[in-house]
Ligand binder design. Structure first.
Ligand code: WT7
Length: 635
């Protein structure tokens, strides 16, 4: 399945468009199936309904683990680097990881979990997180990982929406110099989640926590008890799953306040993540691959866990943050573990770039062969810094465009094969058929055009539904333009046919690479007792890509404005989490609204972006005077 040259890419791409079913069937054959599929593809973008490898039977963990045991059982599957430089790193061979996954799968079963159940995982970046994910897949339970930076109310919404019966967490988490009390966040969330019957708790930081009798179970105790109850606790048969059985739910922000539970299914996800991992990064056996994303995001699912393990690779997991104990941590980890392929986000590159080269100089970085970027557009300055100072002008940079909904990389150079151009995600992968349309949905053909990015043919890991609400999936992605999947991104195709993603065209913002719904942040702000209404928009931010600008209306005069702003930040942190903290808050007496009461965000966006001389038509506003007032008070 490996593409080896640009000519090879061109011919593979051609085949993938002309004979998509044959193309993907050939690739799927390389995996272990309990029963082969009998039809490769069935699809309809109107309903929408997409099925790949129909009636095939398999288990993804057999492909991630068991398949490698015979020849590569003693090869390192996972290397873990702790938050604290002095804590020993841990490694797991494929054989060891297989045993751990089976063991924890047995723990899950012992605690009542079974095929089809939804299990929420809210954990720090420790090996047990990967083990928990794979153990769910082993028994056919649907995992829903929630990023540890979300707080109780976001966690409760997600647990509730998926109707989870079990939560896996830890007492606490280390993140840089901070200790985060994860279990107490879970306790608070569960006050409103009656569906949860059991909570399995890993001991990580040792802080004191409440353990509720009959409900809360220590991971280590449950695991130890297995040895008494079972003869072979390190073995667990892999549940037989249908190709289209749900593998996981992962929540992503949308234009409404309620996050969408993006659903991915078993076989298509497996085939596409393995294929893209091997081709984009041109992984060679024996190499160490490091994806810095948290498993709470799709990048962590697809390129920290599944893609590398499906390929028999060595994957590195890091618990900490790029700036702890100092801004050289990434580079020290690369030298320590001889990382060959490094995959991170532009926001991290920009923040480390801002700290200066003194943090880079002490390190050799000579193991590096390939660099990757993901999550948001990478500006040219950051691209060049990354290429020159980290890659020593020697490593291709792959700027990979994709989404939670696509599950795998869609537009990207193939490392060392596709000629790169800073700021461009370059060309679509085989199987991906991008089209650009104007606002009315007319296709823009030829080169040198700019419009909205859509995809016109299904690839194996396309979103199947939004959990519990298929209509929402249709509305959000398949109803803007007939027979097209709409990405929500703006995009330019240049004179060479290269794609450059220009950013979101909807009401979500990318803050440090995290997708946040403005409505979700507004809901959190409105939890403050004195706030009656708020409107959130993005503004360009040097490090984060986009920052959060909140316009808020207070229901009575408060003279302590700075204190109020601080309280608002605290409220957002409490309800949604620190990633959604507004960077700028402006207290206003009114918001620009149309006569029908709709907030004109276009105007607020322009004000936040500083484009104040070009506000467009304000004549349809109910009260145009509020715009002048807002302009006078701009922060
Ligand atoms: C949105 C998806 C990609 C997986 C992690 C984020 C933006 C992503 C790029 C890139 C420009 C990018 C898009 C996309 N985005 N990669 N290489 N260049 N923009 O997944 O949270 O679902 O976000 O991230 O706007 O739609 P996500």
């Amino acid at each position: 399945m490996r593409i080896s040259s640009i000519e090879d890419y061109n011919s593979q791409y051609k085949k993938s468009v002309e004979q998509p079913e044959e193309f993907w069937a050939d690739i799927a054959t390389e995996f272990t199936w309990k029963k082969k599929w009998d039809k490769t593809l069935e699809w309809n973008f109107e309903t929408p309904d997409v099925k790949w490898f129909l009636n095939g039977k398999l288990n993804i963990t057999e492909n991630c683990l068991d398949r490698h045991l015979k020849e590569n059982g003693n090869k390192t599957a996972l290397i873990w680097e702790a938050n604290d430089v002095n804590e020993k790193s841990r490694t797991f061979t494929y054989k060891e990881l297989h045993a751990e996954v089976c063991r924890f799968a047995n723990v899950l079963k012992n605690n009542g979990a079974k095929k089809g159940d939804r299990i929420c995982i809210y954990m720090p970046m420790v090996p047990e997180l990967a083990i928990a994910v794979l153990a769910c897949a082993r028994i056919g339970a649907i995992h829903s990982v929630v990023f540890g930076g979300f707080s109780f109310s976001s966690l409760a919404d997600r647990i509730h929406d998926a109707d989870c019966s079990l939560v896996i967490t830890s007492d606490g988490a280390y993140r840089g110099a901070k200790d985060i009390p994860l279990k107490s966040v879970v306790d608070e969330a569960l006050l409103n989640c009656p569906s949860v019957k059991k909570v399995i708790v890993l001991k990580r930081t040792g802080i004191e926590i409440k353990m509720q009798n009959g409900k809360d179970v220590w991971w280590h105790q449950a695991s130890a008890e297995l040895s008494l109850a079972m003869e072979n606790p390190d073995e667990c048969p892999a549940e037989e799953m249908d190709s289209e059985d749900k593998l996981f739910i992962l929540y992503t922000s949308g234009s409404t306040g309620k996050p969408k539970g993006v659903v991915h299914t078993t076989a298509g996800y497996m085939v596409y993540t393995a294929y893209t991992f091997q081709n984009v990064f041109q992984y060679k056996p024996g190499e160490v691959f490091w994806c810095t994303a948290d498993v709470g995001w799709i990048t962590g699912h697809s390129y920290l866990i599944y893609g590398p393990l499906l390929s028999g690779a060595t994957t590195l997991m890091f618990e900490g943050i790029p700036t702890y104990p100092d801004a050289g941590r990434f580079w020290s980890v690369i030298d320590k573990h001889k990382v060959n392929i490094f995959y991170t986000a532009p926001t991290a590159i920009r923040s480390l770039m801002a700290m200066g080269l003194d943090f880079v100089k002490p390190y050799k970085l000579d193991s590096l062969r390939i660099l990757g970027s993901v999550g948001e557009p990478i500006n040219e300055e950051a691209w060049h810094w990354y290429h020159e100072h980290i890659g020593k002008n020697n490593c291709p940079v792959v700027d990979t465009w994709w989404q939670t909904e696509t599950a795998g990389i869609m537009i990207s150079p193939l490392a060392g094969i596709t000629k790169t151009k800073p700021g461009f995600a370059t060309l679509p992968l085989p199987g991906v058929q991008p089209v650009l349309v104007d606002e009315k949905g007319n296709e823009l053909t030829g080169n040198n055009v700019e419009g909205r990015l859509c995809i016109k043919f299904p690839w194996p890991s396309i979103i199947r539904t939004t959990y519990g609400n298929h209509e929402r999936c249709k509305e959000a992605y398949f109803s803007h333009y007939k027979n097209l999947y709409f990405t929500g991104d703006g995009c330019r195709r240049d004179e060479d046919g290269y794609y450059r993603i220009t950013g979101r065209v909807d009401d979500v913002i990318k803050v440090s690479g995290h997708l946040l719904g403005t409505a979700e942040i507004e809901n959190a702000i409105n939890e403050h007792a004195d706030i009656v209404e708020s409107a959130v928009v993005g503004f360009p931010h040097d490090i984060k890509g986009w920052g959060i600008y909140a316009f808020v209306i207070c229901d009575h005069k408060r003279d302590d404005k700075e204190k109020l702003k601080k309280e608002i930040v605290e409220t957002v942190t409490k309800f949604m989490g620190p990633i959604a903290k507004p960077d700028k808050i402006q207290i206003v007496s009114g918001l620009p609204k149309t006569r029908s009461g709709k907030i004109m965000r276009r105007i607020l966006r322009k004000i936040a972006e500083g484009e104040i001389n070009n506000l467009g038509d304000t004549s349809t506003l109910l009260d145009p005077a509020v715009v002048d007032e807002i302009l006078r008070g701009k922060v």
